[in-house]
Ligand binder design. Sequence first.
Ligand code: URP
Ligand code: ZN
Ligand code: ZN
Length: 465
Amino acid sequence: MSYDTIISGGTVVTASDTIRCDVGIRAGRVATLGLDLGEAAETIDATGLYVVPGGIDSHVHIAQPSGPGIIMADGFESCTRSAAFGGNTTILPFCLQESGQSLRQAVTDYHAKADGQCHIDVSFHLIISDPNEQVLGQELPALVKDGYSSFKVFMTYDGLALTDIQILETMAVARETGALMMIHAENYDAIRFLTAQLERKGDTAPFFHGKSRPIPVEREATHRAITLAELMDVPLVVVHVSNGEARDEIARAQAKGLNIMAETCPQYLVLTEDDMKGLNMEGAKYVCSPPPRDKASQVACWEGLKSGVFSLFSSDHCPFRYDDEAGKLLPKGRTSFRWVPNGIPGVAARLPILFSEGVSKGRIDINTFVAVTATNHAKTYGLYPQKGTIAVGGDADIVLWDPRREETITNANQQHGADYTPYEGFAVTGWPVLTMVRGRTVVRDGVLVGDKRHGRHMARATHRA
Ligand code: URP
Ligand code: ZN
Ligand code: ZN
């Protein structure tokens, strides 16, 4: 029996097992797991390395309209390149429906931006900003059938926030179609009230972004979102959870038997609101929503990952250039934090930060690392077992991970379109040294060897399928 590629000498890690064996790959899929596999056109020596499923980052924003004069720093080429350098083989970005726009048109527009530009595989979620009759009655059900089986809604942000009745109506369609709703849980009115109050006092620097949306704002919205999902009997993913109070709402719902899933992100493990204190607008580099909190919240998020309350660890990559009037230094942003574009880059930093702070420092084991960075994303969003694990018949989406390699995160090694990383200078132990998508090597030893036309769009099954 011969193979296109054999990965030999490594330790294969899945969400459940850690096994010393070789991987035989044929026609882009895993053909055999075993020893003494025989001949291959190419043999990759993985001695001393972990052989892990490629990362799946299910929360990524690319080329998304973000307000007048604001331009997102990544298109599909740079974001998928950055993701591959960070050890990812699939990302799930969003197709944003702009107000009044047809959802189908939004999907068509994002495909036009992505086609031929992706180094790794991609599958779109939808963002529903205008749940009108046409969208809920026709477009969404048809798109779910076509494999766009998850969508995000927002409880805050001008132009995006849905009212409770709109959320309920959208959940009703999720229930009928099997689509999975993701929710951004922050109380819009409370943020507007607190923002106006801060501005009246002259507290307009980026640091006050955090003060405009403190923990109760997120906790209340999380509780309300869960309550609405309970009323409608639908599963729900609470995205980018930043603290222990929101985590406890989720844990309580899970203990009651509700199908509530949750995600946290690197910024909630290693940044705090103090990072937004930087002078001369430097704090804008860390402005995202929910904002990074405090040390106790970091501990709570680690506990959430460890206990399984958070089954997903995503980047919420949402990149803007810093030194740019179309980015974080938007002129209006100097007048108030309210206008600073929300979001930070992190698609390449996600896995090194979690491995180093989690596995290398003994907070989580390597199987949990694989589960929360790959397997659970594939299971939650309808890509498993084709993706998210290393199993015979599955796509050969594989990363070789050097657990001893010491690196420092810099903007240059992130490869994204932003001109900064919020993790500049962060020292890590553990680094991806090879990223392979469907059997083809995309990045090897810090060099791009793949082709931007290799990535494919994946239609997905529904969460309950
Ligand atoms: O600040 C953030 N997180 N920006 C991205 C959009 C979102 O809410 O996920
Ligand atoms: Zn969000
Ligand atoms: Zn996001």
